[in-house]
Write a protein that binds this ligand. Structure first.
Ligand SMILES: [Zn+2]
Length: 152
């Protein structure tokens, strides 16, 4: 069930398109690049395909099917960008629809945890929509291959 006025639901119903389009989707989860203003090339977002605002309220099926997309999103991003570390965050305070940021922390970005997250939000490593779309296009076939191997 999708909700009016929710930007994540707008993406799920294709009313809003992330840079490069949908990277991966299955029955329960979708992976897209972060929207404008783009904090970082490769800032990906995993979200459930129904409007759900609390992690405690995910179904058993959603919960059980989350691990592989998360790991494989990190693997595909690693293959494309070779980050020093992969950060994962979920807060859901402004966009209530559950979403997990999967953020490649590159070697030239300080390992400063929440401080670096703040700087990312402020646009210190911002990129154009075209750059983000390029990363999405490179991640897509790798992530889809990894997911098909995991299922098969
Ligand atoms: Zn929603």
């Amino acid at each position: 069930v999708l909700v009016e006025g929710c930007i994540a639901c707008d993406e799920l119903r294709d009313a809003v398109q992330a840079p490069g389009g949908v990277i991966y989707e299955d029955a329960h989860w979708q992976v897209d690049h972060g929207l404008e203003p783009i904090a970082l090339a490769g800032w990906l977002i995993i979200k459930p395909k129904r409007h759900c605002e609390h992690i405690a309220e995910l179904t058993s099926e959603e919960t059980a099917s989350f691990g592989l997309p998360l790991r494989n999103t990190a693997r595909a991003l690693t293959e494309v960008l070779h980050p020093a570390k992969m950060h994962v965050h979920s807060m859901g305070e402004s966009v209530k629809h559950i979403h997990f940021y999967v953020i490649p922390r590159m070697a030239d970005v300080p390992a400063d945890g929440l401080e670096v997250l703040q700087q990312m939000f402020e646009g210190r490593w911002a990129c154009s929509e075209a750059e983000a779309a390029k990363v999405a296009a490179r991640v897509r076939p790798i992530l889809r291959r990894l997911m098909s191997e995991a299922v098969g």
